[in-house]
Design a protein around this ligand. Structure first.
Ligand SMILES: *Cc1c(COP(=O)(O)O)cnc(C)c1O
Length: 431
């Protein structure tokens, strides 16, 4: 399998190079040259296959012979080492819970898979040490720190904005030690992001360290997110209804993986991109004009993205045609007030605790189902509600029980290095 750059179709890359570099030299996102439909027999047997068997069949063509089968199976086993339950919430609405991994957000899947692949390539080749440099607004940091913890040959440096991530999120990325360093930046998420971008262009740093990024544009984080769409469909009782998935979307990596799964033959007939006030795609589907805006802060902060970088991959799945895309994708956006009211309502009526992102997913699904009666709907719960403790407790008016694994992290001591500008990041990276 080869990958090409979405900025230049003549630029080709192996899977290994795409994982190590993240972006093409022209800054384009990598995209697979071929998307093959899986055989009918696979779907007929789906219900009797294990998670790992499903995942291996789904991903193997995207990796080819670049990782030996036994290694790949090992990476998959570790990646999917927790549950992905589908649970009924109310008539025609089910939830796919993606928060049973170590950091309680869906990003564990991509982070673990990428760490496994990168770890293998380092072990096999003469790559030397690699530094994973990543900026986080919340969940990415914890998932990446956890996924790469103890992986030989890799140092992880995480930048996060001081005072702007939740307490649990901060503890998840500042308490691990070993090969993980947290830099607490006196600034906003955008400042962290800008500093990371600058470091990637800085020749002095490049001389001293091999840098790579671990955000969702990396193919090794994007592609494994397909796994849980297959695992979810495996659990559904369809009763002759069509299936729609509603995905709380920020950078559009997660929903794009679902749409790729559908393109490979998985029976999902429609997608809803559910968003908060950062609604560039909602506006695009209404007007055919793609007009990114600076992001605004909301209570579903992992989706506060003004210009979703993976959307170009969604468009590529439809050969960049608007009408093809519009048939398969709807998008709705919701205010914080609607989100809070929904958390309260669903808790009261269905006794189910939503996190703010899941609540947005639920709202989008409900809106779609109101005019599409022949569908059965699934929305994704992308993070555990305790990760957004204050917001959720305020909305539902009750205290949440803290899972033991989260309490254990909360009790650990935070270790972070405070930095205020790029100069300090640079001297840290050169030291
Ligand atoms: C990252 C994240 C999202 C957004 O996912 P994208 O792939 O960027 O669209 C949604 N919810 C939670 C909880 C997240 O951490």
């Amino acid at each position: 399998m080869k990958y090409f750059s979405l900025n230049n179709r003549d630029h080709r890359s192996t899977f290994e190079n795409a994982v190590i570099k993240g972006l093409a030299p022209d800054k384009g996102l990598y995209f697979p040259e071929e998307i093959a439909r899986l055989p009918v027999s696979f779907f007929e047997e789906l219900h009797s296959l294990s998670k790992s068997e499903i995942a291996h069949t789904v991903i193997k063509d995207y990796i080819g012979d670049e990782i030996p089968e036994q290694e790949l199976l090992g990476i998959i086993e570790h990646t999917l080492d927790f549950d992905f339950p589908v649970i009924p919430v109310e008539k025609n609405i089910q939830v796919l819970e993606l928060f049973h991994g170590p950091t309680k957000a869906f990003k564990d899947v991509g982070a673990r898979f990428m760490a496994g692949c990168l770890g293998y390539f380092i072990k096999k080749g003469n790559l030397g040490k690699i530094t994973v440099l990543v900026a986080t607004s919340g969940d990415t940091g914890g998932a990446v720190a956890n996924g790469f913890l103890g992986v030989e040959g890799i140092d992880v440096v995480i930048l996060y904005p001081k005072g702007k991530v939740s307490e649990i999120q901060e503890k998840q990325l500042t308490t691990l030690g070993q090969n993980i360093v947290a830099l607490e930046v006196d600034g906003a998420f955008d400042d962290c992001q800008d500093m990371v971008k600058r470091a990637f262009l800085d020749a002095e740093i490049q001389d001293k360290r091999q840098l790579t990024s671990a955000n969702s544009i990396n193919v090794a984080r994007w592609l494994p997110q397909m796994f849980y769409y297959f695992i979810a469909v495996q659990q559904l009782q369809l009763n002759n209804k069509k299936v729609v998935f509603s995905v709380p979307s920020g950078n559009f990596g997660n929903i794009c993986a679902g749409m790729l799964a559908a393109k490979m033959g998985l029976s999902i007939h429609h997608f809803v991109a559910s968003s908060n006030a950062n609604n560039v795609v909602d506006r695009y589907l209404a007007s055919e004009k793609f007009e990114p805006k600076p992001s605004v802060q909301t209570i579903s902060n992992a989706m506060d993205v003004g210009n979703p970088s993976n959307f170009i991959r969604v468009q590529e799945l439809f050969q960049q045609t608007f009408t093809g895309l519009k048939e398969k994708l709807s998008s709705y956006s919701f205010t914080d007030l609607e989100t809070e009211n929904t958390m309260r309502k669903v808790f009261k009526e269905a006794n189910y605790v939503l996190d703010p992102h899941g609540a947005v997913g639920y709202l989008g699904l409900q809106k779609f189902l109101a005019t599409n009666l022949d569908y059965m709907g699934v929305f994704l719960e992308t993070a555990h509600p305790v990760k957004f403790l204050e917001t959720v407790e305020k909305a539902i008016g009750e205290k949440l029980e803290i899972p033991a694994s989260i309490q254990a992290v909360m009790d650990k001591e935070k270790k972070a290095i405070l930095i205020k500008d790029y100069k300090e990041l640079k001297s840290f990276l050169l030291s």
